[in-house]
Design a protein around this ligand. Structure first.
Ligand code: SF4
Length: 362
């Protein structure tokens, strides 16, 4: 295996950005309007939980059936974990996130401004106009907060720059089989897009792409779907078993790597890009679209099995799961579901399920 190019840890990136006078926006899942935040001077740093925080802080404000991404994010904020940020952006990707937005705005009222971003729940005709207008309102709000008013051409340049970084991210996913990286290192690299400034991400991505080698043909090939590849030790378990994750369909991963937009209006372009991405549960894509896309990814990557890494109580993902598993079954592709709370360690039961899947793979 090759060595992953150096990637600065999240805390160091935030510290250095602030030392240079920059501001930081904590962005909840799923879609991060990076270009818009950068245009207004914020470094977007995504918050997927994080795992391993004291859950009780947030749990007292939430129903017990709210997912651990939302619960941990609230716990993290309440315990001071977001103190070094200047804004909290809560995209309303699902009911749980929408509830979190309301709790923050109406009850917790943190020091930082909390800004919601509403999402269309379909890819239909009105979705583009709705989303572009939502992004426009977000821009207006960011302007009020920062007293900064970037011109549309300036914002457009940020949108184009972020599209270029996403092209590299897509290239990493598509070149996965040729990259001599462990599963753990590959995910550390692609997930650094969640917090690195796009310039630093591009440098790391180009270095990794330069390491490409002829297909090393691993013994077993998996596609990873679901929400997030957690717990992290799952990657080590796959590495130990000489399994390569050759394709990704996770919500935090490939599923939101969107193609570039076309419009010269920056916000319409960003909306076009997001709505043109892979079918997604949080956008309310049709069951057929999700299922056809997943089957295509399995065939194109040569994956021999699928692991669904779900977060407990994630309604959007659970709704699609039976259809996706049936479609895989019809094609003779085995799959397994690992449902986790972000604070759970990798259990023996999960390892047993994983091993059973590997045995079923041809
Ligand atoms: S895991 Fe599911 S329920 Fe939780 S924030 Fe993500 S999409 Fe929403």
């Amino acid at each position: 295996m090759g060595e992953l190019p150096a990637i600065a840890p999240r805390a160091e990136v935030i510290r250095s950005h602030r030392q240079q006078g920059g501001q930081v926006a904590a962005v909840l899942p799923v879609y991060a309007p990076r270009a818009l935040l950068r245009a207004y001077g914020f470094l977007p740093v995504e918050v997927w939980g994080p795992p391993g925080v004291r859950a009780s802080d947030g749990a007292s404000h939430l129903q017990p059936y709210v997912c651990s991404i939302v619960r941990n994010a609230l716990s993290f904020l309440l315990s001071g974990g977001l103190d070094s940020t200047d804004l909290v952006l809560v995209p309303h990707a699902c009911d749980s996130l929408q509830g979190l937005g309301s709790i923050l705005l109406d009850f917790v009222k943190p020091r930082q401004p909390v800004v919601p971003l509403y999402f269309p729940r379909s890819d239909g005709a009105g979705a583009l106009r709705f989303l572009a207008e939502e992004l426009r309102s977000l821009g207006t709000r960011l302007g009020e907060i920062t007293s900064h008013a970037p011109a549309p051409d300036e914002i457009l340049q940020f949108v184009v720059d972020e599209e270029n970084a996403d092209r590299l991210l897509l290239e990493l996913h598509e070149a996965r089989r040729q990259l001599p990286l462990t599963n753990g290192d590959f995910y550390r690299l692609v997930r650094s897009r969640e917090y690195l400034p796009r310039e630093s991400f591009e440098t790391a991505a180009r270095r990794a792409l330069a390491m490409r080698q002829p297909d090393p043909a691993p013994a077993k090939r998996l596609l990873l779907s679901g929400v997030v590849p957690e717990p992290k030790s799952l990657m080590a378990a796959l590495d130990e078993r000489q399994v390569q994750v050759v394709a990704d369909d996770t919500l935090c991963g490939r599923r939101r790597v969107c193609p570039p937009g076309r419009s010269r209006d920056p916000l319409e372009r960003l909306a076009e890009s997001w709505l043109g991405g892979p079918p997604d549960s949080t956008r309310g894509s049709s069951l057929a679209a999700r299922s056809n896309y997943l089957m295509h990814q399995v065939e194109a990557s040569g994956a021999q099995g699928v692991v669904f890494c779900l977060v407990k109580f994630c309604e959007p993902e659970l709704f699609y799961l039976p259809t996706l598993r049936k479609a895989l079954q019809r094609k003779g592709v085995p799959s397994v579901v690992l449902e986790v709370d972000l604070n759970d360690a990798l259990s023996q039961q999960m390892l047993t399920r994983l091993d059973a899947l590997l045995e079923m793979m041809p």
